[in-house]
Design a protein around this ligand. Structure first.
Ligand SMILES: CC(C)[C@H](C(=O)O)[C@@H](O)C(=O)O
Ligand code: SF4
Length: 465
């Protein structure tokens, strides 16, 4: 029987399935960060339960840590507690902990792939909604709540219901200046924040096949923003090439065997999907959000939709979003002045993102009215950026090049966009106050963020390509 990749992973991890009940599924790997792990560890401690497979877990710190140079002095007591607690829990439970200056500390979804832990055919969980990032490797990876996290730590399993699978095919070729971020933003703007609910999405098509692993991660990362449980891409030679250089990847003597195994998870030709969508990217332009959820996005040269173009159930949300964002229906976003710009996050904080930014901003300056933060996704990305001299390009341009962490992606650490300030951001969420109370966020690709930081207003990056 022909199967898609999700069915193959599901079937190979199924331990028990009773009709009408949730199924017991094996979980291969668990990522932990400081915000959502403490309670899970406490639950196990209270019940005197050991972690089943500590060598199938890693932990790092990303959300609440500062990103300034002297970051190990965490001034905020709550943040310091979270970090110290995770460090202690990891050590007590023999879980590898990627601490400050370990060489791999960083955003959990950046370091998993970097280390080569994320591999095709696996099931991976984390107490974090952007766990789908790992789907780029043909991995069934999804975010879980704290109680599910404690179940999986204790048993190596989870109770799950078989997901429906949606195929999203991107057709055609992208024009220069258009990136993976624009593709996923286009999909979300088309199907809405609930369009993927109940599904795991498999991204397919020529554009995806030609993408680098980092671009694929950007796509899978935002799956949750249309409500999907996860997003993934069938593994191929690009996946294996990326993995071959990583430290946790299989050794040479079992390499061929592993590639054969990974290949077996690829969706079969003409297999069944519960739903299919096709998007032509040929005429796609850089995307940008105007509202307060990721689906409220348009092509950068287009006007914000007018009230008359909004369907009745969306009208209230539409009006509230525009009121908050201090924008009008029918207005063009291009040219709207910005105060802040942010490059970073698990969506767009990897080395290829930094390279694109450096190429654009080299020998240019950040506009005097803009504060530009560039935050590498991990210590490894930071090291590579320095090796390539990208840090110097950013600093010479007047950007603030910082230490790794989630930073301005969410207002949960020292980095915040001040109230009343407008920020263009390479991140994945633009909810009310996401980057700091009273701040306004416009999501876009790194290229669009940098073009706008140079111009001091929302600007298309196309002219730089
Ligand atoms: C703090 C964490 C639970 C949260 C998530 O799950 O997504 C964060 O990473 C986010 O991006 O909002
Ligand atoms: S970078 Fe942002 S989206 Fe990613 S895990 Fe951190 S807070 Fe969540």
């Amino acid at each position: 029987m022909k199967k898609n990749i999700v069915e193959k992973i599901w079937d190979s991890h199924l331990i028990d399935e009773t009709s009408g009940l949730l199924s017991v599924c094996a979980i291969d790997f668990i990522f932990l960060h400081e915000v959502t792990s403490a309670q899970a560890f406490q639950t196990l401690k209270d019940r005197n339960i050991d972690i089943m497979f500590p060598n199938q877990c890693i932990a790092t710190i990303d959300h609440s840590i500062p990103t300034r140079k002297n970051r190990t002095e965490i001034y905020d007591a709550a943040a310091r507690n979270q970090v110290e607690l995770l460090r202690e829990n990891a050590h007590k439970n023999n879980i590898a902990f990627y601490d400050f200056e370990s060489g791999y500390q960083g955003i959990v979804h950046v370091i998993g792939p970097e280390l080569g832990i994320t591999q095709p055919g696996m099931t991976i969980i984390c107490g974090d909604s952007h766990t789908a990032t790992h789907g780029a490797f043909g991995t069934l990876a999804f975010g879980v709540g704290t109680s599910e996290l404690s179940h999986a730590l204790a048993s190596g399993c989870l109770l799950l219901s078989r997901p429906k699978v949606m195929k999203v095919e991107f057709k055609g070729n992208m024009q220069k200046g258009v990136f993976a971020k624009d593709l996923i933003m286009k999909l979300i703007s088309q199907i809405g924040i609930g369009g993927g609910t109940g599904f795991v999405i498999e991204y397919t098509g020529q554009v995806i096949q030609q993408m680098s692993m980092e671009e694929r991660m950007t796509i899978c990362n935002m799956s949750i923003e249309c409500g999907a449980k996860a997003g993934l891409i069938s593994p191929d030679s690009i996946t294996y090439q990326y993995l071959s250089q990583k430290s946790y990847a299989p050794h040479e003597e079992n390499w061929n065997e592993m590639v054969q195994y990974w290949d077996s998870f690829r969706s079969d030709e003409s297999c069944f999907y519960d739903h299919e969508i096709s998007i032509d990217v040929q005429s796609l332009e850089p995307m940008i959000t105007w509202g307060t959820n990721p689906s409220q996005a348009i092509g950068i040269t287009k006007a914000i939709p007018k009230d008359s173009e909004i369907s009745p159930p969306e009208k209230v949300m539409y009006a509230k979003a525009l009121e908050y964002m201090k924008l009008q229906g029918g207005e063009n976003l291009e040219g709207v002045p910005i105060d802040w710009a942010f490059i970073g996050s698990c969506t767009n904080g990897r080395i290829e993102d930094l390279r694109i930014c450096a190429k654009i901003i080299q020998n240019k300056k950040v506009h005097p009215s803009v504060t530009l933060f560039i935050v590498p996704g991990s210590e490894n990305v930071l090291k590579q950026a320095k090796k390539e001299g990208l840090d110097k390009i950013f600093i010479d341009a007047g950007a603030d090049f910082r230490m790794p962490g989630c930073s301005l992606c969410l207002g949960m650490n020292d980095d915040k966009v001040p109230a009343g300030k407008r920020c263009i951001s390479s991140t994945n969420r633009n909810f009310v106050g996401r980057q700091g109370t009273g701040s306004y966020t416009h999501l876009a690709s790194p290229a669009t963020v940098i073009a706008s930081a140079i111009e001091g207003k929302i600007s298309s990056p196309i002219k730089f390509f």
